[in-house]
Write a protein that binds this ligand. Structure first.
Ligand SMILES: N[C@@H](CCC(=O)N[C@@H](CS)C(=O)NCC(=O)O)C(=O)O
Length: 224
């Protein structure tokens, strides 16, 4: 088995995807955090995008490869590591899951825009877009307790870091975002107690996330 090193940042939701997959599959790995505000030369040397996550794959024979892009990393782990499959076997179902993963990335972007809004107009626009996404999820027949019923899978992996933001804040304003979507809300609560989801971030994640929002002087700062 190769030695795996996840090149990370403590707050990055894309890093969390790879960490959750590694933890679900119980694969040993090391983690190295990179200061994204002052990227080290070694990181810029190996990263085509200058972004985390990256996964360093060191084979016992000496070869050393580096992967970038969270979805590519998750798919590599899914295909190479033992442990429970995070995709359905049926190709049609699998394709649907991949489409919802893309939807998860769009939902993450709306959530991030909402949380980082510095004025009421932007916050309201982003809240509306986010609620549109939650409304679509609410209609998914398989939803509950996980995205695909009883089986935890890659769509859950992608949504867990999105929901984590709101779990940390839990302000009245954010609770109201989920109020009209009881099935999504129950899903969110199921994901936040999953061992791999909990272990994907450090225990100081809530403090680091709040500090980030304060530094950005976001509108929500009044609430945290
Ligand atoms: N599409 C990429 C997105 C990764 C990404 O945006 N990572 C952020 C941190 S959450 C980053 O490294 N940003 C540094 C930069 O853009 O300079 C993926 O899925 O891996």
């Amino acid at each position: 088995m190769p030695t795996l090193t996840l090149i990370s940042h403590p707050l990055c939701p894309f890093v969390q995807r790879a960490a959750i997959v590694l933890l679900e599959k119980q694969v040993p790995f090391q983690r190295i955090n990179v200061d994204l505000s002052d990227k080290p030369a070694w990181f810029l040397e190996i990263s085509p995008t200058g972004k985390v996550p990256m996964l360093q794959v060191q084979e016992a024979g000496g070869s050393n490869e580096v992967l970038f892009e969270s979805v590519a990393i998750c798919e590599y782990l899914q295909e190479t590591q033992p442990g429970p499959s995070l995709y359905p076997d049926d190709p049609l179902a699998r394709a649907k899951h991949r489409a919802w993963i893309e939807f998860g990335s769009a939902t993450l972007a709306e959530a991030w825009g909402y949380l980082n809004a510095k004025d009421h107009v932007t916050a309201n626009v982003k809240a509306t877009s986010l609620k549109d996404k939650l409304a679509q999820l609410e209609k998914v027949p398989s939803l509950g307790p996980y995205f695909d019923g009883e089986t935890f899978g890659m769509v859950d992996v992608v949504f867990a870091p999105v929901f984590r933001y709101f779990d940390v804040l839990e302000t009245d304003r954010d609770a109201s975002l989920f109020a009209d979507f009881p099935r999504v809300n129950a899903w969110r609560k199921k994901l936040r107690v999953r061992a791999s989801v909990i272990a994907a971030v450090s225990t100081d994640y809530p403090a680091l996330f709040r500090a980030h929002l304060r530094r950005q002087q976001v509108l929500l700062m009044e609430k945290i």
